[in-house]
Design a protein around this ligand. Structure first.
Ligand code: ARG
Length: 261
């Protein structure tokens, strides 16, 4: 009887240890292990954001982020797989495991840091406001009140700028390009978006759209994002990004792709 109780106690202990190990993730692999095991790094992006990511004539996603993602995959010795999706679908895709990493000219901010971890930064950007040439109704932040403003859905230009403007009618688009076209054809008063991408679009519009010089927002920084707590993967991404920043490769990539004809 005494012996029986001891065996039972031992069994209970073993069972509890097993439950604890599984419960604490003891049996699940890290994101980095899984990437190495499947031999693929799945990069999630929205390829409507030159010079960071856009599609070339053959439908390949090219740009600064594409080169960074490739450098990370190469360093890991795995194949790079691109998942092009709507910009505001990226966080859910990361959470569900559909993608391993977000690289999308992705600005680090408080809200996103609640949901994911960000790498070291590789580019500093700012939101700018553009209007149709000759439009003098928007000159400063005050004059944005009550205006029809175009943004790409879920971007910082949307959530941190346009959505906070009193009385503004915010029109959300799948890309900054589409929003700019609606400024050109008079459907919108202005667009708020990232300086390099908007600049790229403006270059192609032959002076039909211009930047409002009297409005500026705080600068923001781009990083790659991974699932919260995946420190091994994050360390790997940081290592590659730091090197590309330090050896001047990022600057070269920006020059290479920032050629709006
Ligand atoms: N930097 C802005 C943000 O993080 C816009 C990024 C848009 N990126 C894209 N690939 N469409 O919200």
């Amino acid at each position: 009887m005494k012996h029986g109780k001891k065996v039972l106690a031992l069994l209970v202990c073993v069972a509890m240890t097993a439950v604890l190990a599984v419960g604490c993730g003891g049996s699940s692999k890290s994101a980095l292990d899984e990437i190495k095991e499947k031999g693929q790094l799945v990069w999630g992006t929205n390829a409507q954001f030159p010079p960071f990511e856009s599609k070339d004539g053959s439908g390949n996603v090219v740009g600064v982020d594409a080169d960074i993602a490739k450098a990370i995959a190469d360093d890991l010795g795995v194949e790079l797989v691109v998942e092009d999706m709507e910009f505001d679908s990226l966080p859910a895709a990361l959470k569900s495991g559909k993608i391993d990493i977000i690289g999308a000219g992705y600005t680090e901010n408080e809200e996103r840091l609640q949901e994911m971890d960000f790498s070291n930064k590789y580019f500093t950007a700012e939101q700018i406001v553009v209007v149709k040439a000759g439009n003098t109704s928007i000159t400063d932040k005050e004059s944005l009140k009550g205006k029809k403003i175009g943004v790409q859905t879920g971007t910082t230009g949307d959530l941190e700028c346009a959505s906070k403007i009193e009385g503004a009618e915010v029109n959300r688009y799948d890309s900054m390009q589409l929003a700019c076209e609606d400024v050109k054809n008079g459907k919108l008063d202005c667009v708020i978006g990232d300086n390099l991408t908007i600049g790229f679009i403006l270059n192609k519009m032959n002076g039909e759209l211009v930047k409002v010089e009297g409005i500026s927002y705080d600068s923001e920084e781009y990083g790659f994002a991974v699932v919260k707590g995946e420190t091994e993967l994050l360390d790997e991404v940081n290592k590659v990004i730091d090197e590309l920043v330090q050896n001047g490769e990022i600057d070269k990539m920006v020059d290479k792709y920032n050629v709006g004809e």
